[in-house]
Design a protein. Structure first.
Lengths: 422, 409
């Protein structure tokens, strides 16, 4: 059994989370994903000179094994490594003639090119999609500019929370009864870009079998994010209404996040219908306040008081006790899980979801598994990450045909290294 | 540019072929995840047939919001958004003739996407092995809260409990209050996108190998693999033994960090400073002629005791200006600074209008509305061929299409 994308070569010029998340999905399907990384910049969003001392008091320290960036911080950064599985790494400094030439040679023999840099970056590097498609008409060039390649805002700078604000997500985010100022941060644009982009790449590969042609996929991440509130755009047109901020509560269900007995442990509980309510009653037992929720109308009218009473009950029970008792009666309940709780979770252990892998730069660890699995289809989970420049020889010599002398010359001039210098 | 002035695109003038023309997907789902996933296929030209329970149909038909809040299963905004480019066949999965028709559809389908509770398809005599006996190339995408096996297999779930158990909720919100979910239907959309990608992978594999696959998609695991902090935080905890702090903003923030929501004259703006370069641009921008302030705060991102003074200065600067102006001035100065827009402001924004991010569609019950155009711009790509179907609208047409075919399943 081979993976769906076996034999497909992907050139990966992605940064941060949304782009690498997409190429990780392609790598899961067996594609050969080659990260092109410059040694003259923090290609993995971390400096080569980061020290243990510098991160001693920040949470960034916690993103390294044993809180130690070590000699190769760029190989040890969890913020990068979570999406690094199955990938290769080749050192090319694209702002040098040598790096540019090597990149073009690689793109000439590749099937897919994915990038999520700021608008215009490829053009500045002399790697604009028109040139690439002339060079290799079978190439699928997938570009992920946050606000698209055209339009008055297409040059705008921002991080995940900026785009949440821009496209209306932040306007509906916050604690119940409060304003958007009360919300925390999230990077939902990063969450939803990878799969939508990967879908379009596979669809383009499917179509290419018929047409023999590649082409450009322009993927505006912000417009993809807008899809996540599509019903609100229709509600505005129908009713001139904007969605309210509901926090953890819901218009249809009686639900909230409740404190358990243990310090800072929380349980989410949703009562969807009368059946769930009866289930809750059978767990709680005899309590007068339960009569105030016996049907949907009563639950809506008494929502605040019922949740307050439920909160008093949950604070007298452990989170495990609450979840087990309610789930035994088919009532949706789940603890708000910290990472350590998930690493010890019995369901995930039974599903073998975490994957133990080893790499010289970090040792042996468990890594987050695939988002889905299948029978009749082979998914890849090979190396957990590529060391910086780990595949230089393979790419330059085996793929691009550089002679030993040519390759050595690049190494001597530090244009090709297996360490990040910046 | 107001909606009335936009270019209209007639619905139903499908170019042929689009990227996925010729493929057939059966949507047996009843909620956001499966419907969003299968809509991707319809968006790119697949023949997507939504199989719905007669008289009832999808749950999203009954969710709303509705025009003037009058419940109408043919005018639910959620259903309308999720089910463009699909046909609807009303089939009773327990009726002999309807099942015969279903098997004829299965025979010519590339994929079936379902989100019943694990085991339900088998109970109905429609398990994946049965379906694949009929069509060995069939991809069966099975969407469930916790997967087709495992201790939580039969656990009940809602969006909130899935976010709690799978998503990055533990470090979202205020550190001293209850963890806060992401709003709306965000988690369902995230999972739907992955279901689309998985199904497309199955189709690609089936074309190569001639064999189908059975995809086990656990909504829980999709969220656990999530690019929004979850996977990164899990690996960090594994590496260092430390959980992400409650209410933690972002792992991307480096040393020169300063971010926050600031009130403008007419709303809010979001400032997200992560580097010394951004910091200095901000200082130059807001100091204007105030040389003293500029000198004091250039390179001084490590504010220490000056935190309050700086924040107050910033609040005053933002408070005197409108959010749109702040965003324009800030972006001109190359600072990650955006206004909080609400849906209506996005809907009318020249940037999205110029890009053609909306397309008009006529629906027999909901009338003329603008829909979000697909997020991919590609040759033979997105088209709004049809608005969402009425319940069972295409049953007869589909029956006629497969009539006369000899029964093989």
């Amino acid at each position: 059994m081979t993976g769906p994308l076996d034999g497909i070569r992907v050139v990966d010029l992605t940064v941060a989370w949304s782009g690498p998340g997409a190429t990780a999905l392609l790598g899961d399907l067996g594609a050969e994903v080659i990260r092109v990384e410059g040694n003259d910049r923090p290609s993995r969003q971390v400096s080569a000179s980061l020290t243990k001392e510098a991160v001693r008091n920040s949470w960034q320290g916690a993103t390294f094994p044993d809180r130690d960036p070590g000699a190769r911080p760029y190989d040890r950064y969890a913020v990068f490594n979570w999406h690094a599985r199955n990938k290769l790494s080749v050192c090319m400094n694209l702002d040098t003639p040598e790096g540019h030439a090597a990149a073009l040679k690689l793109l000439q023999i590749s099937d897919v090119f994915v990038e999520n840099n700021a608008r215009g970056t490829l053009e500045k590097l002399g790697l604009g999609h028109n040139e690439l498609l002339e060079l290799n008409p079978r190439l699928i060039v997938a570009r992920m500019p946050p606000l698209g390649m055209s339009g008055p805002m297409s040059d705008y700078l921002g991080y995940g929370p900026n785009f949440n604000a821009l496209v209306g997500i932040s306007a509906i985010d916050g604690y119940e009864g409060e304003g958007p100022e009360s919300a925390g941060d999230n990077n939902h644009m990063d969450e939803v870009s990878p799969a939508s982009l990967a879908f379009s790449v596979i669809a383009a590969l499917w179509d290419r079998e018929r047409t023999g042609q590649g082409g450009l996929i322009e993927f505006s991440q912000a417009e993809n994010l807008m899809q996540n509130m599509g019903e609100a755009y229709l509600d505005w047109q129908m009713n001139r209404r904007l969605p309210p901020i509901r926090g953890n509560s819901d218009a249809h269900f009686l639900q909230d996040v409740f404190p358990a007995k243990e310090d800072d442990r929380w349980v989410a509980i949703s009562i969807r219908d009368d059946r769930d309510w009866q289930g809750l009653k059978s767990v709680i037992g005899d309590a007068p306040w339960l009569a105030d929720g016996d049907d949907a109308e009563l639950r809506a009218a008494n929502s605040v008081e019922l949740r307050r009473a439920l909160s008093e009950w949950t604070q007298s029970r452990s989170s495990d006790e609450i979840v087990l008792a309610l789930q035994a009666r088919g009532v949706p309940a789940g603890e708000v899980m910290s990472e350590s709780r998930l690493l010890a979770d019995e369901h995930l252990r039974a599903r073998q979801w975490f994957r133990e892998r080893t790499h010289p730069s970090v040792g042996t660890h468990r890594y987050p598994g695939w988002p889905w699995r299948a029978s009749g289809l082979d998914l890849a989970y090979g190396r957990p990450l590529p060391g910086f420049g780990e595949d230089n020889e393979y790419v330059y010599k085996a793929l691009l045909g550089y002679s030993d002398d040519e390759y050595e010359s690049l190494r001597e001039r530090s244009l090709v290294t297996d360490a990040q210098l910046a | 540019m107001t909606p009335d002035q936009t270019m209209t695109q007639p619905v139903g003038t499908g170019r042929n072929p689009q990227v996925l023309s010729g493929s057939v997907v059966l949507d047996l789902s009843r909620w956001v995840v499966g419907e969003y996933a299968t809509r991707f296929f319809g968006d790119l030209g697949s023949d997507v047939i939504k199989v719905e329970k007669p008289g009832e149909g999808s749950y999203t038909r009954h969710w709303g919001p509705f025009p003037e809040d009058v419940p109408d299963p043919e005018a639910s905004a959620l259903f309308l958004h999720l089910n463009t480019n699909k046909r609807s066949a009303a089939l009773d999965l327990k009726d002999r003739d309807d099942r015969a028709l279903l098997f004829k559809l299965v025979e010519r389908a590339d994929a079936v996407v379902e989100s019943f509770r694990p085991g339900r398809l088998e109970e109905l005599g429609l398990g994946p092995t049965t379906l694949q006996q009929c069509n060995p190339r069939l991809v069966v995408t099975r969407i469930s809260p916790f997967g087709q096996d495992g201790p939580y297999r039969d656990y009940a779930a809602t969006g909130l409990t899935l976010q709690a158990m799978g998503g990055p909720m533990h470090s979202t919100g205020d550190a001293h209050r209850a963890p806060l979910r992401k709003p709306g239907f965000l988690e369902w959309y995230a999972i739907g996108g992955v279901a689309a990608e998985a199904t497309m992978a199955g189709l690609f594999q089936a074309r190569r190998s001639g064999a189908g696959s059975i995809i086990d998609l656990s909504e829980h695991e999709v969220l656990l693999s999530g690019a929004d902090r979850r996977a990164a935080h899990l690996l960090a905890a594994e590496y260092s033994g430390s959980d992400a702090p409650r209410g933690y903003p972002s792992a991307h923030r480096g040393g020169a960090s300063f971010n926050g929501k600031f009130p403008a004259k007419d709303g809010l703006v979001l400032l997200y400073i992560t580097t010394p370069a951004f910091w200095n641009r901000l200082v130059r921008l807001v100091s204007g002629d105030d040389a003293q302030f500029r000198e004091k705060y250039l390179d001084h991102w490590d504010l220490g005791d000056d935190q309050e003074e700086f924040s107050e200065y910033l609040r005053k600067w933002f408070g005197q200006r409108c959010k749109a102006d702040i965003m324009e001035i800030g972006q001109n100065a190359r600072i990650p600074l955006t206004a909080f827009l609400s849906v209506n402001e996005v809907y009318e924004h020249p940037h999205f209008r110029e890009r053609g991010a909306f397309v008009w569609g006529d629906h027999p019950r909901a009338g003329r509305l603008e829909y979000l155009s697909g997020p991919w711009r590609m040759d033979r790509g997105y088209e709004l061929r049809m608005t969402a179907p009425l319940l069972g609208q295409h049953t007869d047409e589909i029956r006629a299409e497969v009539e006369g075919r000899s029964e093989s399943c």
